[in-house]
Design a protein around this ligand. Structure first.
Ligand code: BGC
Length: 576
């Protein structure tokens, strides 16, 4: 990959690193209902190799407008390769960005932020000298000594967060997981990779047998940081009535125990994270997988409904819990909340995609939270969705059969892989009201699909089914299969800013930890037996009544599963 883009931006009020050039161009102070006027704050963030990200904050200082057109001219060879939050076009050096339906309204003093990824040749990337909005030139100068962006019109940022916490940072290696990985033959090849630390029950806060507690992890993280920026990845996973559409990871809190969730789980975690000793860490929290999307996809009248998801929708405790977690954790200035957005095999259909983004926005504004508490989203947590399907597209036409409509594997899904899904979800979330700067994470711990069965080219162009099934890298029996998948491999190694809009590839599900037991195993963790983890199961409405594709002899969810660890290493892609 030669063109690497980063799509998160510092919120207003954040000190911009010295490597970032800032051009501030302002008209005089705003006056309500005055003649047309505008201010544009333009920031170019160079990331080497001739690539850069452009952030453009537009502030309307004149009468309210319901749509706008921004124009500027690049002084050099710069080219916009991809833009967001506006319709971008470029002719020669002249760039035009017009408003979208959702950000055209700008009252007096109102502002909006748009952005793009661009490229330039040569050694300098000089900022445009002038901008116009609806034909009016935005003029004026920022104080020449300033390296901060202005805060006009935006709520104060509670912290000093950077745009992409993974950029220029180490990522915490969980020594508890490393020890298990290292004890496996060949495991040392991946044992030093950073993985997620799961707070999967109240007891995990203080530590359980074989797993240190939260403060001990954070102490170790400070040691690993040794003065450099370091990200530690925590999974917040203990909602009341957890995982309502499956049984394998049901948790300890009953559907109505929202108060225990707040006082015995979130409050103590937030208190520990807020300790001054941890202020220099970048604490990434993956907030509540297996929750909100269930309220869209697995409730009455869908054929996929479960009674438990109906209960969680009716009692509102998923929304309340997520809102509370975001508010409490987001109040800690060095916490970066990433909200779970499932994966393309769950929310990639049109009737799930938009409604999920809207529901997430509702939760982000519940229980005293605001959207400012959401730094981004994470896709594919603990799932197996391939990062990129290179050998087919949804609109391929095979002998008159369009893949999206006729290939059973796709079955009208709008997306075929996690990268496409994550990038599109980011945009849809912004449309739902989230900040334009939100970034995505993708869990690549187990979506490699390498090994001997990996196709090396497209399938036969006979039928849409043959074409897709012959060429797809994701070798699952059905896209809805999620438990201990046979044939899966370790995916992309953790990496910062790998693609446009993506803050990082991460390993949140620690490879080798089971998704669920393949038969009933009594336990005191609240874990049930889900037949999707039983290799003999013939399926249900959520996986098209297909075989589960699960490995045999699996232990309880979260417990060490040596055979799976070995299989994941064997099928790693890129190979180990
Ligand atoms: C389990 C958790 C575990 C996590 C990571 C989940 O499926 O329910 O107990 O910590 O996976 O392995």
């Amino acid at each position: 990959m030669t063109f690497i883009g980063r799509r998160r931006w510092a919120s207003a009020g954040v000190v911009v690193a010295t490597a970032v050039a800032t051009a501030g161009i302002a008209l005089s102070a705003p006056s309500a209902g005055a003649a047309p006027g505008c201010r544009v704050d333009y920031t170019a963030n160079n990331w080497g190799g001739g690539g850069f990200g452009g952030k453009v904050k537009i502030t309307n200082l004149g009468d309210a407008v319901s749509s706008w057109t921004l124009k500027f001219t690049f002084p050099g060879s710069q080219k916009v390769s991809q833009g967001w939050s506006a319709n971008w076009s470029q002719s020669g050096a002249d760039v035009t960005a017009t408003s979208m339906s959702w950000n055209g309204n700008l009252g007096t003093g109102g502002s909006t932020e748009i952005g793009f990824n661009g490229s330039y040749t040569g050694s300098t990337n000089t900022d445009p000298a002038s901008f116009s909005l609806n034909g009016t030139v935005c003029t004026g100068q920022q104080p020449p000594t300033s390296t901060t962006t202005t805060t006009t019109g935006n709520p104060p940022n509670p912290g000093n967060r950077v745009d992409n916490p993974y950029s220029g940072a180490k990522v915490y290696v969980n020594a508890d997981w490393s020890a298990k990985a290292n004890a496996e033959p060949g495991g040392s090849r991946i044992a030093n990779q950073p993985t997620g630390v799961w707070m999967d029950r109240i007891a995990a806060i203080n530590g359980t047998t074989g797993a240190r507690g939260l403060a001990a992890h954070l102490d170790d993280a400070v040691r690993q940081a040794a003065g450099s920026p370091l990200v530690i990845q925590l999974v917040i996973y203990n909602l009341p009535g957890r995982d309502c559409a499956a049984l394998a990871s049901n948790g300890e809190l009953k559907a109505d125990e929202i108060n225990r969730y707040k006082t015995e789980y979130i409050d103590p975690i937030a208190a520990i994270l807020a300790r001054p000793a941890y202020a220099s860490l970048r604490i990434v929290t993956v907030v509540e997988i297996d929750s909100l999307p269930n309220l869209v996809t697995n409730v009455t009248p869908r054929p996929t409904f479960t009674p438990q998801c109906d209960v969680m929708k009716a009692n509102g405790n998923y929304i309340a819990g997520v809102g509370y977690a975001l508010a409490k954790l987001g109040a800690v200035p060095n916490v970066y909340n990433y909200l779970d957005v499932g994966h393309h095999g769950w929310l990639g259909w049109d009737d799930n995609f938009g409604p999920s983004a809207e529901l997430l926005f509702q939760a982000a504004n519940a229980q005293g939270s605001t959207k400012a508490n959401v730094h981004g989203f994470i896709a594919n947590t603990a799932n197996y969705g391939i990062l990129k399907e290179p050998y087919f597209k949804i609109d391929d036409n095979i002998n008159g059969e369009v893949v999206r409509e006729k290939a059973k594997w796709v079955d009208w899904n709008r997306y075929i892989d996690e990268l496409g899904y994550a990038q599109a979800f980011r945009q849809r979330a912004v449309q739902a009201g989230f900040d334009a700067g939100v970034g995505m994470l993708i869990d690549t711990s187990r979506n490699g699909w390498g090994g001997a069965a990996r196709p090396t080219g497209p399938g036969p162009r006979t039928t849409a089914d043959a074409f897709v099934n012959g060429g797809r890298l994701d070798r699952r029996i059905h896209l809805g299969n999620w438990c201990n998948q046979s044939g899966a491999g370790i995916g992309e190694r953790p990496k910062a800013a790998p693609e446009s809009g993506i803050d990082a590839y991460v390993w949140i599900k620690p490879p080798g930890e089971s998704d669920g037991a393949s038969k009933e195993i009594p336990n005191n963790e609240g874990k049930g037996f889900d037949r999707m983890c039983d290799p003999t199961y013939t399926g249900n409405a959520r996986n098209g009544n297909s075989m589960s594709g699960a490995l045999a002899d699996a232990p309880l969810a979260g417990h060490w599963f040596s055979a799976q660890f070995q299989e994941l290493m064997r099928n790693a892609y890129p190979a180990l």
